[in-house]
Design a protein around this ligand. Structure first.
Ligand SMILES: Cc1cc2nc3c(=O)[nH]c(=O)nc-3n(C[C@H](O)[C@H](O)[C@H](O)COP(=O)(O)OP(=O)(O)OC[C@H]3O[C@@H](n4cnc5c(N)ncnc54)[C@H](O)[C@@H]3O)c2cc1C
Length: 229
C-alpha cells in the first residue's frame, strides 16, 4: 500500500510492470520488469535493487540477473522454506503487476581486470554470479563452487561447465572450496548465507593464502533474520 510508504522514498523509487514471470529452476522464478524509468541506468554486473514486496513498505533486495538498457530488469527469486514476504512475492507475482523498486546499487561487483575469478555461493548468490559471468569473455579464467539443494535448483549460468556444483547433502560449501583449492592471485566473490560467507572467507585467507582484500563478500540472508538489507 503506497500510502504507508515514506513519501520521499516513494518518489525516489522507480516504477515498472511485470512482463514475464516464469520458473527458471525448480525453486526459482525469473521476473522481468519493464518501464521507461528503467532505461539507461548505470548498472554494474553483480549489483542489486530493493523491491517493494508488500504488505505496506516491506522491501527485499534482489540481484539483477539481466539488465536491458532500453528499460528492463530481470530478477530471479528463490522460493525458500522460510517463506517470508520476498519469497511470497516471487512466487505470486504475475504479468501485469505494478512494481516499485530502487536504483541499482552495491559494490559486490565484477572486477573485470582480475587475473582469475572464483565464485562461491548458493542459489541466491548464483543470480549475481550469472550477471558477472555473462560479462566475462570466453578467455577469462573462471572457477568456483555453487551449492544447491538439488541439481534441479541450478540456474543456467554462463560458463557453468567451469564451475563445481555440489548439492547440499553431498558436500558443504567450505568443503567444496577446500577441494577446489583456488590459487591466490585472482578475485573471489563469496555470497549467500551470512555465516557460510564468513567461514569461506576465513578459509580462503587462512588456509589457502588469499589476500583478504581479494575476497569480496556479501551476506544475502541468515537463518532467523528478516530481509538483511
Ligand atoms: C545484496 C543481496 C542480494 C540478494 N539477491 C537475491 C536474489 O537474487 N534472489 C533471491 O532469491 N534472494 C536474494 N537475496 C535475498 C532476499 O533479499 C531476501 O532476503 C529473500 O528473498 C528472503 O526474503 P523473505 O521475505 O522471503 O524472507 P525473510 O522474511 O527475509 O526471512 C524469513 C526467514 O526465512 C529464512 N530465509 C531467508 N532467505 C532464505 C534463503 N535464501 N534460503 C533459506 N532460508 C531463507 C530465514 O530463516 C529468515 O529468517 C539477496 C539479498 C541481498 C542482501
Amino acid at each position: 500500500m503506497p500510502s504507508l510508504l515514506n513519501p520521499v522514498i516513494g518518489l525516489l523509487m522507480l516504477r515498472g510492470v511485470v512482463t514475464e514471470a516464469e520458473p527458471i529452476a525448480a525453486r526459482m522464478r525469473r521476473v522481468r520488469i519493464e518501464g521507461d524509468g528503467l532505461a539507461g541506468l548505470d548498472v554494474r554486473p553483480g549489483q542489486q535493487v530493493r523491491v517493494l514486496v508488500g504488505p505496506g513498505p516491506t522491501r527485499r533486495t534482489y540481484s539483477l540477473w539481466r539488465y536491458d538498457p532500453f528499460g528492463a530488469v530481470e530478477l530471479c527469486v528463490l522460493d525458500h522454506a522460510g517463506a517470508g514476504p520476498g519469497a511470497a512475492w516471487g512466487r505470486g507475482v504475475s504479468v501485469g503487476a505494478q512494481v516499485r523498486l530502487g536504483r541499482p546499487e552495491g559494490s559486490f561487483t565484477l572486477r573485470p581486470d582480475a587475473s582469475h575469478h572464483v565464485f562461491v555461493g548458493e542459489e541466491t548468490a548464483s543470480v549475481a554470479f550469472g550477471a558477472m559471468l555473462a560479462a566475462l569473455p570466453p578467455e577469462a579464467r573462471i572457477s568456483g563452487c555453487v551449492e544447491t539443494g538439488t541439481p534441479a535448483d541450478r540456474l543456467p549460468l554462463p560458463h557453468a561447465d567451469r564451475l563445481d556444483w555440489p548439492t547440499r547433502d553431498e558436500r558443504s560449501l567450505p568443503d567444496a572450496v577446500r577441494r577446489l583449492a583456488p590459487e591466490p592471485g585472482g578475485v573471489a566473490y563469496v555470497a549467500g548465507e551470512a555465516r557460510t560467507v564468513q567461514t569461506v572467507r576465513r578459509l580462503l585467507v587462512r588456509e589457502l593464502g588469499w589476500d583478504r582484500r581479494a575476497v569480496l563478500t556479501k551476506p544475502f540472508w541468515t537463518p532467523g533474520r528478516r530481509g538483511l538489507e
